[in-house]
Design a binder for this molecule. Structure first.
Ligand SMILES: C[C@@](CO)(OP(=O)(O)O)[C@H](O)COP(=O)(O)OP(=O)(O)OC[C@H]1O[C@@H](n2ccc(N)nc2=O)[C@H](O)[C@@H]1O
Ligand SMILES: Nc1ncnc2c1ncn2[C@@H]1O[C@H](COP(=O)(O)OP(=O)(O)O)[C@@H](O)[C@H]1O
Length: 290
């Protein structure tokens, strides 16, 4: 059964509910400058995808987290636990929650899985324990990408990622390829700093028009050069996407996941099967923008 963000199954209060914590890609990422404190000013078109992790929550006396599908900690080191604890404290909630995280997205992959899990935990707990909590502000304390997942729709992200302008991004089929390399966002930005390679603003109108017309998209990712030069597998992933006949291959976020656009769902699925056959060890997924 497909899960939508904040589509509850079942709907009775007091019962367990499941949520999709969607992945994202950056349909272009420009790094405009460096702030005091080490964070960077962004200009990025971010879109949620129809693929993601699954979070199940049931009301409980205390807060517990179980993780399936990945060797992640279940305490404060997990963004879901951290988000849940922060919400429960801010809301002055009378109870906790038993949370199960079913991890389906690769870790440290530029798909924003941890940030999406955290935003989903915040939204789910806000349903369970309604209270006048400033969710966007709380989200930002958990990570620069978390406010985007709270918004839950395509947006132009500026500031460090928290200044969000909704964008009418058309639904497009695409293929994701992760060549099995974990990249930390902190490292990616540090490597960029070493190159002093800040970039101009994205041509957002041009990107939207090309997505709609299914033409080559005039986007770039300022982090791609510094990250791909250290991880040649990323070049291989980009080449595989192009070799499978897909359009406008690009690295997402801090990598290493790369994506490219398809003309139809069928083309995306065929290309994904082809790439998986070439590289059985890679994580390959055909999906769509939400
Ligand atoms: C690169 C991007 C692009 O969407 O995504 P991912 O590739 O991680 O998915 C984001 O900027 C990642 O956001 P997020 O992963 O939430 O970042 P945080 O946890 O807040 O920060 C991790 C580290 O990344 C760096 N960082 C993050 C955001 C930003 N605007 N400038 C930065 O310099 C900082 O060094 C920070 O210590
Ligand atoms: N719920 C979580 N899911 C994934 N990673 C998490 C989570 N909680 C903490 N982390 C830590 O955050 C790091 C980066 O997370 P992730 O969101 O997967 O990166 P990215 O945004 O690049 O896709 C991971 O390497 C892991 O150590």
């Amino acid at each position: 059964m497909p899960l939508d963000p904040l589509t509850v199954r079942p709907s009775d209060p007091g019962k367990a509910a499941s949520y999709l914590a969607p992945a994202k890609v950056n349909l272009g990422l420009s790094v405009r400058g460096l702030r005091q404190g080490g964070y960077h000013e962004l200009h990025s078109v971010m879109v949620p995808l129809a693929v993601g992790d699954e979070l199940e929550l049931a009301p409980a006396d205390t807060l517990t987290l179980r993780v399936e599908g990945a060797a992640l900690p279940t305490d404060e080191r997990n963004l879901v636990y951290r988000a849940a604890r922060a919400y429960l404290a801010a809301a002055g909630a009378s109870g906790g929650a038993a949370i199960t995280l079913r991890k389906r997205l690769p870790l440290a992959s530029g798909l924003g899985g941890g940030s999406s899990d955290a935003a989903t935990a915040l939204m789910a707990l806000a349903r369970l324990y309604p209270a006048p909590v400033n969710l966007p502000a709380l989200a930002l304390t958990l990570g620069a990408d978390v406010p985007f997942f709270l918004l839950g729709q395509a947006a132009l992200a500026q500031g460090v990622g928290e200044v969000l302008t909704p964008l009418p991004v058309p639904r497009v089929p695409l293929v994701l390829v992760n060549p099995g390399v974990e990249v930390s966002a902190r490292d990616a930005y540090t490597w960029l700093d070493g190159e002093e390679a800040f970039t101009p603003a994205l041509d957002v109108e041009g990107i939207l028009a090309a997505l709609t017309a299914r033409r080559d998209v005039p986007y770039f990712n300022a982090l791609q050069g510094p990250v791909a030069s250290r991880h040649p597998a990323i070049q291989a992933a980009l080449a595989a996407l192009a070799g499978a006949g897909l359009r406008s291959p690009l690295m997402s976020g801090s990598g290493a996941t790369c994506f490219a656009l398809a003309g139809s769902d069928d083309q995306a699925h065929d290309a994904a099967r082809l790439i998986q056959a070439w590289q059985p060890g890679w994580w390959v997924m055909a999906t769509r923008t939400l």
